[in-house]
Design a binder for this molecule. Structure first.
Ligand code: FAD
Length: 542
């Protein structure tokens, strides 16, 4: 059955970190009608809005695509679980809420790769435009934007100790990782406001809910971009089991995220020609970079038994404490549920000869024995974790169709640990974590190292434990990367798909390289900049 076709100025496929922001900005003036399609439902699950509730969403099929990567040869055949938000707000509705932009030099590097307009000085105004910074406006921060960015609701004994220990180990203190300098140790800020998650659905869609120019359609999965004579003219989508289509007078903007954006381009005939032919899809344009250059941060977790009951394990293992914590949160918006899990950490270089940090350390007041379908099962004693994240891995992977059926997930391959640097950086990271735990401020809190355990001490043993335990840090990017035409890229610096009219990709997939930090804020910056460029181009065309 086919329903009647509607017409809009812009159609955005995917209401995630980027899609919500771009659709809200395009519809803001009321001059353009915008359709925002989202495969997932409304963000009604109450745990979405409670900062500590994110662990409840990690493997909930009602809000999560729950992808699984293909087996990784260098990781003893392990697959990498890939949660991705399938709900209004996308992954910004299920993520860990750390607000981090990466290093200024990451964006200068994008510019050096030919992406004019993407150096740090050019993108900083868009970070600031998005932002409502609790600390007030400054050279680096904005106020009055849709995205509330807050300090941790309070300081925590163990987080204080970890930060002090990292400083004792030689890192400088840093009270703003998004300010003048990235290197150092300190507390992280988060995308929360009044102790609630600030997803892009909250930030951008909620204020626009009565806007006639913005039609938000949840439970509507785009299946193909319609391309006529080399120009995108609309989309087909499935909603309520019915196949529908909508026409775009202006542009189609693909914002399905790092896995689904290349998938929908490939389904629409834009991608590696040999793959499309194998799938029986008509080749509209041979763009080998679609689904290529997948890059992600890679991390290894060290877990410690703590000598004192100052961790979240005590909460996780006690029903009365859970009831109390829930009551405190509901009544006063305070207590352990008011904080996002990753409160503090550090940035450092794995080699002093490097110009910028390539390691991030994340402290979590929680340690676990195993991670099952219902989440992580905490150790039955006080414990905490310190993760070393490699921010600049050489590894590159792919996202390629497995089937021409749009409802079949694509094949995701990371190819982690392909170079000696990728292994060495993590070994150094693990040794640095060990050094932190031996400093005066932290040593008395450490009863023993549980993972990987103090018997691991040689480089070969560290490497073995990395191959056994290290994981994707869930910051994948690059599958529709930006670059100049002819440079093995998908979109140009205005995010227009090479060789196809009126079609852009706007999300984390366009990043030419992964920034050295968490990827939600950079994705929202991309959406803000994209919206400004789209509106600018519309003015020129008018
Ligand atoms: C568990 C987890 C924790 C994380 N923690 C942090 C953190 O603390 N800080 C941080 O900065 N980053 C974090 N990240 C990463 C960050 O959230 C993502 O990089 C960012 O949200 C990506 O935004 P996006 O717009 O590219 O994709 P998404 O936000 O995933 O948006 C894509 C949207 O498109 C929808 N969609 C897909 N296909 C279709 C289709 N065919 N039709 C219609 N809709 C479709 C999806 O359902 C989704 O809503 C985390 C990620 C995960 C998974």
């Amino acid at each position: 059955m086919k329903a009647a076709e509607e017409e809009f100025d812009y159609i955005v496929t995917g209401a995630g970190s980027a899609g919500c922001a771009v659709a809200a900005r395009l519809s803001e003036s009321g001059r353009y009608r915008v359709l925002l399609l989202e495969a997932g439902g409304k963000d009604r699950n109450p745990w979405i809005h409670v900062p500590m509730g994110f662990s409840r969403l990690f493997a909930d099929p009602n809000v999560n695509w729950m992808y699984e990567s293909e087996p990784e040869a260098a990781l003893n055949g392990r697959t990498m679980y890939q949660p991705r938000g399938k709900v209004l707000g996308g992954t910004s509705s299920i993520n860990g809420m750390v607000y981090m932009r990466g290093n200024a030099a990451d964006y200068d590097e994008w510019r050096q790769r030919g992406c004019t307009g993407w150096d740090y000085d050019s993108v900083l105004p868009f970070f600031k435009k998005a932002e409502n910074q609790q600390r007030g406006a400054s050279e680096f921060h904005g106020v009055g934007g849709p995205l509330t960015v807050s300090d941790q609701p309070r300081r925590y004994e163990l987080a204080d100790r970890v930060v002090a220990a990292a400083i004792e180990a030689g890192l400088p203190p840093n009270d703003d990782f998004n300010g003048a300098r990235q290197e150092g140790a300190g507390y992280f800020q988060s995308t929360t406001g009044k102790s609630r998650r600030w997803s892009t659905a909250t930030a951008y869609l909620r204020p626009a809910r009565n806007r006639a120019s913005l039609v938000v359609r949840p439970n509507a999965q785009a299946t193909r971009v319609v391309i006529e004579n080399g120009t995108a003219t609309g989309v087909t989508y499935i909603s309520g089991g019915i196949s529908r289509s909508a026409r775009a007078r202006g542009e189609v903007i693909v914002s399905g995220g790092v896995f689904n954006s290349p998938q929908i381009l490939q389904l629409s005939g834009i991608g590696p020609a040999d793959l499309l032919q194998r799938m029986g899809i008509e080749v509209i344009r041979d763009v080998p970079a679609v689904g290529n250059h997948l890059q992600d941060h890679f991390y290894v977790r060290l877990a410690y038994r703590c000598t004192r009951p100052v961790t979240m394990n005590e909460l996780a293992n006690s029903l009365p404490r859970k009831i109390l914590a829930t009551a405190r949160y509901m009544l006063f918006k305070s207590g352990p549920l008011a904080a996002n899990g990753v409160t503090a950490g550090a940035f450092a270089r794995s080699d002093p000869r490097l110009e910028r940090p390539d390691l991030q350390f994340n402290f979590s007041p929680f340690s676990y024995a195993s991670r099952g379908p219902s989440g992580a099962v905490a150790h039955d004693f006080p414990g905490f974790s310190l993760s070393a994240v490699h921010l600049r891995p050489d590894a590159r992977g792919t996202v390629l169709l497995k089937s021409p059926d749009p409802l079949v997930p694509p094949a995701i391959r990371f190819n982690f640990l392909q170079t000696q640097y990728d292994i060495q950086a993590l070994i150094v990271g693990m040794r640095m974590v060990r050094a932190f735990t031996k400093q005066p401020s932290l040593a008395s809190y450490v009863a023993e190292e549980i993972v990987p355990g103090s018997s691991v001490s040689s480089d070969a043993e560290f490497e073995e434990s990395i191959r056994r335990n290290a994981l994707s840090n869930l910051h994948p990017v690059g599958t529709c990367r930006m670059g100049l035409e002819g440079s093995d890229s998908v979109v140009d610096p205005r995010l227009r798909v090479h060789g196809v009219g009126r079609l852009r990709v706007v999300d984390a997939a366009i990043m030419p390289t992964v920034p050295a930090g968490n990827t939600n804020a950079p994705t929202i910056m991309i959406a803000e900049k994209a919206a400004a460029m789209i509106l600018e181009d519309a003015r020129v065309m008018a």
